[in-house]
Structure formats: C-alpha cells, structure tokens
Design a protein around this ligand. Structure first.
Ligand SMILES: Nc1ncnc2c1ncn2[C@@H]1O[C@H](COP(=O)(O)OP(=O)(O)OP(=O)(O)O)[C@@H](O)[C@H]1O
Length: 267
C-alpha cells in the first residue's frame, strides 16, 4: 500500500535573459497531493499537461526529494536516493534511460542483477516478460535505434524484472500501438489479481479510456493539487455526468485557475 500525504515540491527555473540574471521562476509543481493506493488495485493519476503527475510519481519512486509531506510504502517512509523502499518498487519514469549499446535483454538483466537477482533468475524473468509484453522480436537487438514503443516495452520489462510489489508507471502506454496497449492492460489486470500477486499499481495518464478500463481508484490532479478522487462511477455521480471526459473537465478545470509560476530572486 502506498500512502501519500500533503506532498509538495517546487523547482527554480533560471531566467535566461541578460537583465534577468539572478532571477528565477519558482515553479510550484506539486502543492498539495494526498491519496492512498491499495494493494490489489490500480490507481490512476489523471491530470492535464503540467498538473504535477510526473513530479509526484518521481517522488514516490524516490527519484526526487519532496519539500513537504509524507510518502509511506508499506508503512516505510520513502527517502530520495535511499534503498529502503526501492527493492519492492518498480518504477517506469519519464526518463526511460536505456543503455543504447546493450541489447534489450542485457538492459533488463542488468537491472535484475542490480536488484540482487542471479543472472539465471534474471534471464528466466526476461523470457516471461518478453512473452507478455511481446518483446521477443527485439530482445537480442541493441537498443540504439529502437522506436518509441520498443523503448517503452523494454523499459517496462526492466521496471518489472524483480517482480516488485509496488509498481509506478508514468504514462506507460505512451508510444505503444493498439495491440501492445491491450497486452499491457491485460498484464496490469493480471498483476492486480491475486494470481498475479495483488500488486499495488499507480500509473499516470491523460487518456480517459485507459482510466475507465483499468482503474479501481482515480486521483484527479489539477495545478499540483488533488481535486477529486474515487472510482469512475463515484466521480461521475459527484458531478452528475454520464461521460467520463465531461466529468474530468468539470473536476480538473472548473477550479479557480491558480498560477504555478511566480518570478522571484533565485536563492
Ligand atoms: N526539473 C524541473 N524544473 C523546472 N520545472 C519543472 C521541472 N520538472 C517539472 N517542472 C514543472 O512542474 C510542473 C509539473 O510538471 P509535471 O511533469 O509533474 O507535470 P505532468 O502532470 O506530468 O505533465 P504532463 O502530462 O505534460 O507530462 C510543470 O509546470 C513543469 O514545467
């Protein structure tokens, strides 16, 4: 189970103009995000571009340190850069970061070994994941020159190689064709089921269909804040809509617009 409470994070974006030296824009990427992702459920973070989804997932994956708030993974506090929660976490972040000179198989096995698997175990797991994610045709090819979808499938397999209990996926269907998207959806449903290990799965998206088809719990994020959460049915009834896209637009955009960017002297 992953519990996120009152998470916040800002970035300083340096101004580039000659007369702006020393000034910076404060980008409050995440202002106040709270939700709970249960085991055996798929939780979707749904929000417009720039809403703060990636930043939130990177903090949960211990890739970024939060300014405020708490993240508990199975009761253990997440600390950026520390190993405590990472062993049981599979993270597909926006930076796919594959080694171009290694084959898809080598990239995945390498991560498995880093997670403490023997090479034999890691190779066995690659064969299982290659079947499910339809990776077989590219498994022995160097990643250099891979298409977006091929990179995505390889990065997904790499994130899941150590069979983590908690799975964090940032826009996992980005670049996948319709068959690969369907295969991934099926796989996520299986991972959520008792047979697949009742994993705790969080993913971000702005695709409504994906949320409607997959999510048990939806967290709507706007301007860095949680503005609504619940099942698809609960969110529909909250705003009296029958179409989920209409519900999302009401929930995410009917908020009074709050700027995320302010100019100030950079510290
Ligand atoms: N390293 C950074 N430096 C400066 N600003 C950043 C940085 N990372 C994110 N931001 C800003 O924080 C805000 C939230 O970004 P984030 O990537 O979390 O949004 P998102 O919901 O994932 O968007 P998208 O759906 O477009 O991927 C945006 O305004 C973005 O420009």
């Amino acid at each position: 189970m992953i519990r996120v409470e009152n998470l916040s994070k800002h970035f300083i974006r340096q101004a580039s103009g000659r007369w702006q030296r020393g000034k910076g824009e404060v980008v409050q990427a995440v202002k106040d995000i709270s939700f709970c992702a249960e085991d055996g459920q798929i939780t979707g973070l749904l929000g417009a571009n720039g809403a703060g989804k990636t930043t939130t997932l990177r903090m949960i994956g211990a890739l970024l340190k939060q300014d405020g708030g708490h993240i508990l993974v199975d009761g253990v506090a997440v600390q950026a850069g520390q190993q405590a929660t990472q062993a049981q976490m599979g993270v597909l972040s926006d930076a796919r970061g594959l080694y171009p000179r290694l084959s898809a198989r080598e990239n995945i096995v390498y991560y498995g070994v880093l997670h403490g698997m023997s090479r034999e175990q890691a190779h066995q797991r690659v064969d299982v994941l290659a079947e499910v994610l339809e990776l077989k045709p590219i498994l022995e090819r160097r990643c250099d020159g891979f298409s977006q979808g091929e990179k995505m499938k390889t990065a997904l397999a790499r994130a899941l190689v150590h069979d983590p209990k908690n799975i964090i996926l940032d826009e996992p269907t980005n670049g996948l064709d319709v068959l690969a998207t369907r295969a991934l959806r099926e796989f996520l449903r299986w991972l959520r089921s008792p047979a697949g290990g009742s994993k705790c799965i969080i993913f971000s998206t702005h695709i409504m269909q994906e949320v409607e088809r997959l999510c048990d719990h939806v967290v709507v994020v706007a301007h860095g804040k949680t503005v609504a959460q619940g099942s698809v049915a609960a969110l529909l009834s909250q705003v009296g809509a029958t179409d989920f896209e209409d519900a999302f637009v009401k929930l995410a955009f009917d908020q009074s617009a709050e700027p995320s960017i302010q100019t100030r002297s950079a510290a």
